[in-house]
Write a protein that binds this ligand. Structure first.
Ligand code: PLP
Length: 428
């Protein structure tokens, strides 16, 4: 049994020793939809979005689809007013599919192909977050060819980073963005007729819980945006502050103090308001994890329990093929025996069915006792769960996804079958 405070449990309940999601027992969900199963509680997504919008008044929020491209989640966020941050034409396709206005779409990410840039220009999205001089030149050529103007945010690789970020995206040498110290000379080397520089984009890092670090990054970006608009003489219409807001993954971690952050943001804006007029500037964050991680649970069934040289192994029907993040980030997600929350027992390793020793969901965790047929719940699976995983490894059927909308479970992605192993295989 876990003993400390478990922030992720704030969004879930318990009934007869069993985990409930939006009031529904996990065994009910298993009976109806089977396992392995991703379950997303839409009320959690809504709550998180509203929290952010209330705290960071005046900011636009772009949802980073990469965290979870589930259409129900995207539709909900879009209906609440969120824009979409896409990083591929697939994500752009999804955003358009649910009717997001192009003026609410930005396109970030390195290695955008000509086809992707063309699609962005033709779609008339708000901004392409440009990652390099080469990409900017290609975009200019493409926009010129199409005789269309295109909004651009210069992605900047700042000198400083957020030290506590598990994934740092700026600071050193990087494939992301223009280096802060060379962006001015690089930009002066090109003539832009179709690319309209709207502002800048900085994505400092992912998974940050430290308010001071986030605020330091915010202030850096704000100052840099103002300075670059002066030096490069473009009207400052857009500042994309990235985000990187973290959520707790372990008992020692406290949730981000969003209100303290919002207060700091407000004073930082007040500080520069004497020098710079930002009344015409779109201020934005792009958030994935913070909005959706806690809404999601990955449910997997215990197939076998075994002892090996003093250690207990709980073997489940799903593993790193469907939830790779614990292996990839070398960090356990909070995990419980969802059908026996109050049981007691020795620490155990929860491992998936794949033929590799790295297929571990959680190692040596105190989860109580799991028996064959019990359900294991892995929390914070709403972000970088389904979307990040290697779903075809070992040719297991793809898992299903269910969303819970106001207490009603809805199948959002049907479970696959053995024929998934054939997907796109031809000429055999
Ligand atoms: C450019 C960019 N924006 C937004 C995100 C979303 O980050 P998070 O889900 O941590 O909010 C990422 C994540 O890698 C990113 O690279």
């Amino acid at each position: 049994m876990l003993t400390g405070r478990r922030p992720w449990m704030d969004y879930f309940g318990e009934s007869d020793g069993e985990l409930t999601i939006s009031g529904l027992k996990v065994s009910q969900l298993e009976k109806r939809f089977g396992t392995p199963l991703y379950v997303y509680d839409l009320s959690v997504v809504e709550k998180k979005y509203r929290m952010v919008k209330e705290a960071l008044e005046g900011f636009d929020i772009f949802y980073s689809i990469k965290a979870n491209p589930n259409l129900h989640i995207m539709k909900l966020l879009s209906s609440l007013g969120a824009g979409m941050e896409v990083a591929s034409t697939g994500e752009l396709f999804l955003a358009k599919k649910i009717g997001v206005s192009p003026s609410n779409i930005i396109f970030a990410g390195p290695g955008k192909t000509d086809t992707e840039l063309r699609e962005a220009v033709v779609s008339g999205i708000y901004a392409v977050n440009v990652e390099s001089l080469g990409e900017l030149k290609r975009l200019e050529l493409i926009a010129d060819e199409l005789q269309r103007d295109v909004g651009v945010a210069l992605r900047i690789n700042t000198r400083e980073t957020a030290e506590s970020a598990p994934e740092k995206m700026v600071g050193g040498s990087s494939k992301f963005g223009f280096d802060e110290e060379t962006v001015v000379s690089e930009l002066r080397s090109v003539a832009l007729n179709r690319c309209r520089i709207l502002g800048i984009h900085v994505y400092t890092g992912s998974g940050v819980l430290d308010v001071e670090e986030l605020l330091a990054a915010f202030k850096r970006i704000l100052r840099l945006a103002c300075a670059l608009s002066q030096e490069l003489k473009f009207p400052l219409r857009f500042i994309d502050f990235g985000g990187g807001f973290g959520v707790p993954y372990s008992e020692g971690e406290e949730p981000l103090d969003l209100l303290a952050y919002a207060e700091g943001v407000k004073s930082a804006l007040d500080e520069v308001s004497g020098e710079f007029d930002l009344s015409d500037t779109r201020l934005a964050f792009e958030l994935g994890r913070y909005l959706v991680a806690e809404s999601g649970v990955y449910l997997t069934k215990v197939i076998d329990v075994k002892e090996s040289r003093g250690s207990t192994y709980v073997i489940t029907d799903g593993g790193m093929n469907q939830l790779i993040r614990p292996v990839f980030m070398k960090t356990d997600h909070p995990t419980v025996v969802a059908t026996a929350l109050d049981s007691k027992g020795r620490p155990a390793t929860i491992a998936g069915p794949l033929c590799t020793p790295i297929d571990v969901i959680a190692s040596e965790v105190e989860i109580g006792t799991a028996d064959v047929g019990d359900l294991i719940a892995v929390f914070n699976a709403g972000a970088y769960g389904y979307s990040m995983s290697m779903l075809y490894f070992l040719s297991h059927p793809l898992p299903a996804e269910v969303v819970i909308d106001k207490g009603t479970p809805i199948l959002a992605r049907r479970r696959g079958g053995v024929e998934d192993a054939l997907i796109h295989q031809v000429n055999y």
